[in-house]
Design a binder for this molecule. Structure first.
Ligand SMILES: *Cc1c(COP(=O)(O)O)cnc(C)c1O
Length: 396
């Protein structure tokens, strides 16, 4: 199987963390410099950072955001007692279309959540202006936008609160970032996080082990481990069925104090991570050149400099759910927006969404036919060619 992703885990780097001093300060300073924000809080994940963002602003109401995203970026909005209003996306870079926002603002609107998509940043200048004009809080979800630029604006610098993930595009084993210039919100977020439980040791061990297995291509063992974890979580949720809101149950496991190890691992590996990002971008380019552009392989646009490269294609001949199944049989692990690719989860979040879907012109054109193809930095030329020929055979 050609894997979709590798976390590039390194045992040697894990051992080096033993000698890493002042990791938290270094990590905070790095993100202060990157975003220009005065206050940076290390969290256990981007989800946790987003949740803290909504809790710290102490306003509840409607949050305007993009429907073309994975569920995890929306859970914190719902779990903190807000409602979502989906705005359509732009045709060119698939991020939220700012021009659709003003007409959809109501008295209940409190915030805009900008979600940078697949490394592509949102149009932050326009979003900033709308947020100022209508007195809305601008929250940036930079989980897929680390280091990316839009018209010279770096992701994370224009939001009132900017949230990052230290896993995925940054190849860490866990952790997230909450960054703001508002001291009050920062203090509030810090205080709330203090009330969170500590991460359990076996969970940290599970994360390390799954990163190691994925990085070593030991998928069979990894899948067994994932199944066991899934069964455990299902039983746990079943036993705790007094917790009614499924959304908050899914988020709750993220609401923990960030283990120090996550910061240390990040600091030890920062230079390597930056190199991996470059490599990923160059491999993305290689693949893109060879595939049929008429099917629209999405990677670069003129205004933007993406960071975290992800390769998407839209193939109108196939529903992506079916195409993913076929490609898996061919030995290529592809994804949709989230791992549960068959599920139109937006419907669960907002019941009318299916009915209103036609109103989302660009979203409707893309969502069901979207395919995210593997982009693995350690792929050999041979595997790369094999993947490309299979994709071509499937008409991509
Ligand atoms: C993965 C992801 C998140 C969540 O990041 P974690 O650090 O895993 O919590 C949030 N938003 C987007 C857009 C993501 O892709």
């Amino acid at each position: 199987m050609i894997p979709y992703y590798s976390p590039h885990f390194s045992v040697a780097d894990l051992l080096k963390t033993i000698f890493c001093k002042n990791a938290e300060d270094k990590l905070c300073n790095y993100f202060k410099k990157l975003t220009g924000k005065k206050y940076v809080l290390i969290t256990s994940s981007c989800r946790s950072a987003l949740y803290l963002a909504y809790q710290s602003i102490e306003k509840k109401g409607i949050v305007h955001t993009s429907p073309l995203t994975c569920k995890v970026s929306l859970l914190p909005i719902i779990a903190s007692g807000n409602q979502i209003y989906f705005n359509d996306i732009k045709k060119d870079d698939w991020t939220i279309d700012p021009s659709t926002i003003p007409a959809s603002i109501s008295k209940k609107s409190v915030a805009i959540q900008a979600i940078h998509f697949g490394g592509f940043p949102c149009d932050m200048r326009s979003l900033r202006k709308i947020a100022n004009d209508y007195k809305l809080i601008l929250i940036e979800d930079c989980a897929q936008g680390f280091g990316s630029f839009n018209n010279k604006i770096i992701s994370g610098s224009f939001g009132d609160i900017s949230c990052f993930s230290l896993t995925k595009n940054l190849y860490g084993i866990g952790g997230g970032i909450f960054a703001t210039n508002n001291e009050e919100w920062f203090n509030k977020a810090q205080k709330i996080q203090m009330s969170f439980p500590r991460e359990k040791y076996y969970k940290i061990f599970y994360r390390i082990l799954s990163s190691a297995l994925l990085s070593s291509n030991l998928f069979i063992i990894y899948n067994v481990l994932k199944k066991i974890n899934y069964i455990y979580v299902s039983i746990y949720h079943h036993l705790n069925n007094n917790i009614k809101n499924q959304m908050s149950v899914e988020l709750r496991k993220e609401l923990i104090k960030p283990p120090r190890l996550y910061s240390k691992y990040f600091v030890v590996r920062l230079q390597k991570m930056l190199k991996l990002i470059d490599k990923r971008k160059s491999i993305a380019n290689l693949i893109k050149i060879q595939l049929n552009k008429s099917k629209y392989i999405f990677q670069y646009s003129d205004n933007n400099i993406s960071s975290y490269a992800k390769l998407y294609t839209v193939n109108q001949d196939y529903q992506s759910v079916n195409l993913i199944r076929l490609l898996r049989k061919d030995g290529i692990e592809c994804m949709h927006l989230s791992h549960k690719f068959g599920e139109l989860y937006q419907k669960k979040l907002i019941p009318q969404f299916e009915i209103d879907r036609k109103a989302y012109k660009n979203y409707s054109l893309i969502h069901d036919n979207l395919l995210s193809i593997p982009l693995n930095e350690s792929m050999t030329a041979e595997l790369l060619n094999k993947m490309i020929s299979i994709l071509k055979r499937r008409g991509i």
